[in-house]
Write a protein that binds this ligand. Structure first.
Ligand SMILES: [Zn+2]
Length: 156
């Protein structure tokens, strides 16, 4: 059996080879050399807000995500590389934090004030929790990627 028709393009692409002129300035531990773009200061809050809106943190107009939660490899408008930004568990953590702090007091207030039927209560709050979580998750992921971009963290 031969497998010569493979068209996979997601094989590890070698990183763009940016060489410093001074070999002594090269990182010793094999970390990616970010000295080439380490010049200008990046404002964190505009980048976080652009990411929250699902936009590229650099230009604010290109889309940041290519599906519900997948970060694009690069911005289609300004060509900013985005593939090395990894939010990991951060968006899920923030989503749980926010949804919990909104819905738990609301559950208490609704229960104490109106004493609705348990089935009605659980139906409304289940849909509310799921809907709010699905709304917030990609936005918070964008916000975290925007923050990472502004701080040049390139993932964890
Ligand atoms: Zn862009």
């Amino acid at each position: 059996m031969q497998d010569t028709t493979t068209t996979r393009e997601d094989a590890a692409e070698p990183p763009s080879d940016v060489r410093t002129t001074d070999p002594a300035a090269a990182p010793l531990d094999g970390a990616p050399d970010t000295s080439a773009d380490a010049g200008e200061e990046r404002d964190a809050w505009p980048a976080v807000w652009r990411g929250f809106r699902g936009r590229c943190p650099n230009c604010g107009s290109g889309p940041l995500l290519r599906s519900y939660l997948k970060v694009r490899d690069h911005c289609p408008v300004c060509r900013q590389e985005l593939h090395h930004n990894r939010a990991d568990d951060g968006p899920a953590y923030l989503t749980i934090l926010i949804v919990g702090h909104i819905m738990a007091p609301a559950l208490h207030i609704v229960f104490v004030t109106w004493r609705p039927e348990p089935l009605i209560l659980i139906t409304i709050f289940s849909i509310g929790c799921i809907g709010l979580s699905l709304y917030l998750l990609p936005r918070l992921k964008g916000a975290i990627v925007g923050f990472q971009w502004a701080r040049r963290m390139y993932g964890f």
